[in-house]
Design a protein around this ligand. Structure first.
Ligand SMILES: [Zn+2]
Length: 302
């Protein structure tokens, strides 16, 4: 018998249809009830909010961090965010801001988050910023947090400075008595984090780099021009150059201004006033010292 749309369906077919409808509702219900899987950036925000008192999960998500095209040995994403100036009449200078190269310097990550919230609020900015708030996530999220990365390498001794091959391991053995906290790795750029950071420098071509550390409570500087005397309560006090450090590689070898901010405590944040003074002195110095380029002008290669 040919069935039409209006024909009453036989009981067996009605039962099967109800069963299918029930299954469908059940599956939809299950899907709706199951929490959506967190993205890798959200997972990173969750871990950051658990480790750092001053970073809240929702604030971190609102910052719209992006995962770079590389990951740590533990598979954690390396996050960054660009803050762009308004459409400029001249080409804005570029500043690369890095926190947490040493994973146990918690304030160096927290203050970069504080400054990212500020950059997010106060747009447009005079510079094009690329911010990498947490350059050593495996170190930060280790228990306890560690200066070195997962492979036990001090990332700030693993940059490919000209003197690395000749001096890095010898310096580590003789000057630090093979301090495991300062191991430069078996070769420059042996670590995914430093390879990615160097790639960021190559791609982004910053006009200055700011790297935040703790706990020496000073300002350090590598590269041209003359160093700033102070930013807020941080006074200039050169800490020396080390084979494979970012200051040595980007400041001395590439000739970029590299500002190292050493906060006075690794676990205790500066007051809002101290943080603001460091920030505003730094912005003033960058505005006075970085070149403003014509939009059409070709960038000089470094
Ligand atoms: Zn450090």
């Amino acid at each position: 018998m040919r069935m039409t749309a209006r024909s009453p369906r036989p009981p067996r077919i009605r039962f099967a249809a109800r069963l299918l409808a029930g299954l469908f509702v059940g599956v939809v219900g299950l899907v709706a009830a199951a929490p959506l899987p967190l993205s890798s950036v959200d997972q990173a925000c969750q871990q950051l909010s658990q480790r750092l008192q001053s970073v809240q999960f929702d604030d971190c998500r609102r910052l719209r961090l992006q995962a770079g095209d590389s990951a740590t040995r533990m598979g954690r994403p390396l996050l960054y965010r660009d803050f762009l100036p308004a459409p400029p009449s001249t080409r804005p200078s570029r500043v690369l801001l890095i926190g947490g190269i040493h994973g146990d310097e918690l304030t160096s990550v927290s203050i970069v988050f504080q400054w990212m919230r500020k950059l997010d609020r106060e747009q447009p900015q005079p510079f094009h910023w690329r911010v990498i708030p947490n350059a050593n996530p495996d170190g930060l999220f280790a228990s306890p947090a560690s200066r070195v990365n997962r492979a036990g390498v001090d990332l700030n001794r693993n940059f490919p400075s000209v003197d690395w091959q000749r001096t890095a391991l010898a310096y580590w053995k003789t000057k630090t008595q093979s301090d495991p906290r300062r191991y430069p790795g078996k070769a420059p750029l042996s670590e995914p984090e430093t390879r990615w950071l160097v790639e960021q420098i190559r791609q982004f071509q910053p006009d200055a780099i700011v790297s935040v550390h703790a706990p020496y409570g000073v300002l350090d500087y590598d590269g041209p021009p003359d160093p700033p005397k102070y930013f807020g309560y941080l006074r200039l006090s050169p800490l020396g150059t080390y084979p494979g450090s970012l200051g040595n590689y980007a400041g001395t070898d590439l000739g970029l201004p590299v500002i190292t901010l050493e906060l006075p405590h690794a676990g205790l944040m500066p007051t809002p006033v101290q943080s603001q003074q460091v920030w505003s002195d730094m912005i003033g110095w960058l505005q006075r010292n970085l070149p403003t380029r014509d939009p059409g002008a070709a960038r000089t290669s470094r």
